[in-house]
Ligand binder design. Structure first.
Ligand code: ADP
Ligand code: MG
Length: 537
């Protein structure tokens, strides 16, 4: 028989096919999950990540661990991508997504070993996923009180930081989320509109939310007022500088008059710009680039306070808060571009002068992240990020579910009743899916030092014993009790749980579809996978 052409072309690759490919891929997924499962839940342990340069980071966050790890296996990278997408969409549930994917794959492998074709497993998993998503919607309830909202947000912080800081950050996150709740914008709105500003000194619980822009900057000219009760502001994405000479340009100086004339014209040019600002009532000027020394006194005389060298984000925040349009240069500024601010003040925090600008147009805030060391501030910032991500998304969809493995236990019970209603071998795959979901209560139990088997059985039994509210029973990881999670205040948002179910199922299915893995023989010239992915971003 003639070899098909593509097979001949494969002499430079190692090839894994069929079962061997699956085994290899599942192994990678399981070992990846093994690296993060001990962080799950409030009693999960921290990991210390040490970088190649010796820098270290202590974290309890699954996705942080995975992103820092230099993992080569393509299947493992697929799982990391699923967890990163969970982070992007839901901001929480990343560890759960990884361990659930691995568990789905492990159960799939067992089924394949017992003679079930991967395509049947894929079908069964898809049916189960759809059933779970519907079932979660009917189980969920709206967060009806501010207390509920608080419980959901603080559940997302459980075990990551101390209790009092968690409570403090929950409060800040909910306050900020409320400000953003009426704003239009995409998924990243809460990252774009809330500036995180680390400020040294104080303790993390002194972190505060400011309804305005705060930046570590002082005004250009100390002779201008340090504060103001409000006025009109121009935001310039450029500078107020002398025109720059082209690098090659030469001025032929035949007499001293030529140079003087040049200097005079630049001064006139600056003066014109300042007069223009003044003529449209601007008293606060914010620019991205520099301001010429010669312009300083002109601005002072025109009663304009100026700030220079702002970064792009600050410029955008200033524009949003004050309703001004960002303009490329002063000459192009029109009356309609000018915005208004309601307050400007300077304060010295930890020895650094900061300026705060408030405006009524709203929709942007600054959080001053406090803490005595950079590590503590980073940890506080990460926790705040999570809390705000969840709080913000809750303003759009406030439906919540029992935490502590309650939702997954309910789904597993539901699927076991649902499976026999399906004809054919898919039934088995649906049961395998149900068993995989129990990895959540099992791992929570493990990390709390409890017996995983007993916890899963007892949870299932207690849920079944109360047909009305039983499905809200989950594991209290602190005491080991199986109790009503709505009463205890351990609640997960519906969007976190649903997303992690669909993300894990899709990731598992895409691994199951792989029947053939071609490994290029290691060649030093082979491009790194990581680089390719970075380009896609
Ligand atoms: P993930 O990255 O998946 O969000 P976490 O480490 O944040 O992982 O753990 C989340 C899980 O911990 C959720 O299932 C949540 O319900 C559970 N959880 C949070 N607080 C408690 C608690 N007090 N008792 C039991 N489970 C809890
Ligand atoms: Mg979490």
């Amino acid at each position: 028989m003639v070899q098909p052409e593509h097979d001949i072309a494969l002499h430079d690759t190692d090839r894994l096919q069929g079962r061997a490919a699956l085994v290899n891929n599942v192994k990678a997924a399981v070992s990846l999950a093994g690296a993060v499962r001990s962080t799950l839940g409030p009693r999960g342990l921290d990991k210390m990540l040490v970088g190649p340069d010796g820098s270290s980071l202590v974290t309890n966050d699954g996705v942080t661990v995975l992103e820092a790890a230099q993992i080569e296996h393509p299947t493992a990278r697929l799982l990391i991508a699923a967890s990163a997408s969970q982070d992007k969409v839901a901001r929480d549930g990343t560890t759960t997504t990884v361990i659930l994917t691995a568990e789905l794959l492990q159960n799939a492998l067992e089924m394949v070993r017992s003679g079930i074709h991967p395509s049947i497993v894929i079908n069964g998993y898809s049916i189960a996923q759809k059933e779970c998503l519907d079932e979660l919607e009917s189980l969920s309830k709206e967060a009806s009180s501010p207390e509920d909202g608080k419980s959901v947000v603080s559940t997302s912080l459980a075990g990551k930081i101390g209790e009092s800081l968690a409570e403090h950050l929950t409060g800040l996150a909910i306050e900020a989320a409320e400000v953003l709740s009426d704003e239009a914008g995409g998924d990243d709105l809460e990252r774009l509109r809330v500036k995180r500003l680390p400020v040294s000194g104080g303790s993390s619980t002194d972190s505060e939310l400011v309804n305005g822009l705060v930046m570590p900057k002082t005004r250009l000219d100390n002779a201008t007022p340090a504060s103001s009760e409000g006025g009109r502001v121009a935001v310039i994405d450029g500078g107020l500088e002398n025109p720059k000479l082209e690098i090659d340009a030469e001025i032929e100086v035949r007499s001293s008059g030529v140079l003087q004339g040049f200097h005079k014209r630049t001064l006139e040019n600056l003066q014109k710009q300042v007069e223009h600002l003044s003529s449209i009532g601007v008293d606060l000027l914010i620019v991205r680039d520099g301001i010429a020394d010669e312009a300083v006194s002109m601005l002072r005389e025109a009663g304009i306070t100026a700030y220079r060298r702002l970064d792009r984000n600050d410029l955008e925040m200033a524009s949003r808060i004050t309703g001004s349009q960002i303009v490329r240069d002063v000459k192009g500024l029109e009356e309609g571009d000018v915005g208004s601010y309601t307050m400007r003040s300077e304060m010295v925090t930890a020895g650094v002068t900061h300026t705060r600008i408030d405006g009524d147009e709203g929709g942007a805030m600054t959080v001053l992240i406090r803490g005595s060391s950079p590590q503590i501030r980073e940890e506080c910032e990460r926790a705040f990020d999570d809390a705000l991500g969840v709080a913000f998304r809750l303003t759009r969809d406030s439906r919540m579910l029992p935490g502590g493995g309650g939702a997954q236990t309910h789904l597993a019970r539901h699927l076991r009743v649902f499976a026999p209603k399906n004809k054919g071998r898919e039934q088995i795959a649906i049961e395998g899916y149900a068993a995989a979901l129990e990895v959540v209560p099992r791992t929570l139990a493990e990390n709390a030092g409890l017996s995983p088997i007993d916890v899963v059985l007892e949870l299932s039994a207690s849920q079944a014993s109360d047909s009305k509210n039983g499905s809200w029973i989950g594991l209290n990881a602190w005491t080991g009790e199986k109790t009503r999670m709505d009463k205890l205040g351990v609640l997960d948002p519906l969007f976190v749980v649903s997303n992690s179910i669909s993300g894990s199922t899709e990731a598992a299915i895409s691994v199951l579809r792989i029947n053939d893995v071609l490994w290029a023989k290691q060649d030093p010239m082979t491009p790194d996978w990581k680089d390719e992915e970075d380009q896609e971003d």
